[in-house]
Design a protein around this ligand. Structure first.
Ligand code: GAR
Length: 222
């Protein structure tokens, strides 16, 4: 069982997908905390409905980004150790404080990176006229959507798609992909060496002991 901290700013449908996978026995994890920069967002409401420990702090209430991140990190780590921090629609760039507090941090992005990083990835894909886009789960580094890629799922762009329709189809793919990737962490099947990410076959996976950052196959970047 791994412990997750989920960071979100939006509707929280991916948080819901994670919780559904746990409830269905497809993901051996616990959501130890939910954190947000938007107290009024859907993700916070969903987290509270599920009775999860939830913190929503307004960055504008703090003197700077580091102070905001320190407060959020302290709240989350106060609930105990976190194996994987999951940015599931967290619409801020994780700064040094969050990245150092949670060295195993992954982000979900609605495109096939490295195409269309940053904001409005769905609109960027439509504007570029691509026939295929999708979603990516990657490790977070200091750049914007530049970290090592763990897994991707392709989604076709259909004639007549607008941003809303395409986003809905990408999100359906995300709702499968993100829990699958987290389950790989839980099974100790993700190994990272620098920018190289390897997904181990079942038989070769080290069983997690003390979480994904301990013996779960995930390794500190060298
Ligand atoms: C997701 O589609 C995710 O890919 C996107 O925000 C949405 C959150 O949906 N993230 C980004 O655009 C990050 N750059 P949700 O709140 O319903 O899970």
């Amino acid at each position: 069982m791994i412990r997750l901290a989920v960071f979100a700013s939006g509707e929280g449908t991916n948080l819901e997908a994670i919780l559904a996978a746990i409830a269905a026995g497809r993901l051996d994890a616990e959501v130890a905390a939910v954190a947000s920069d938007r107290p009024e967002c859907g993700a916070v409401a969903r987290a509270r409905r599920h009775g999860l420990p939830t913190w929503a702090l307004c960055p504008s209430d703090f003197p700077d980004k580091a102070a905001y991140e320190r407060a959020l990190a302290a709240a989350v780590t106060g609930r105990g150790e976190v194996d994987v921090a999951v940015l599931a629609g967290y619409m801020r760039i994780a700064g040094p404080v969050l990245r150092e507090t949670f060295p195993c941090m992954v982000n979900l992005h609605p495109s096939l990176l490295p195409c269309f990083p940053g904001r409005d990835a769905v609109a960027q894909a439509l504007a570029a006229g691509v026939r295929v886009t999708g979603c990516t789960v990657h490790f977070v580094d200091e750049g914007v959507d530049t970290g090592p890629i763990i897994a991707q799922r392709a989604v076709a762009v259909r004639p007549g798609d607008d941003a809303e329709r395409l986003r809905a189809r990408i999100q359906r793919a995300e709702h499968r992909l993100l829990p699958e990737v987290l389950s790989l962490f839980a099974q100790g099947r993700i190994r990272r060496e620098g920018r190289r990410v390897e997904i181990l076959p079942r038989a070769r996976a080290a069983r997690p002991h003390g979480g994904a950052g301990g013996g779960g196959g995930w390794r500190e970047p060298s």
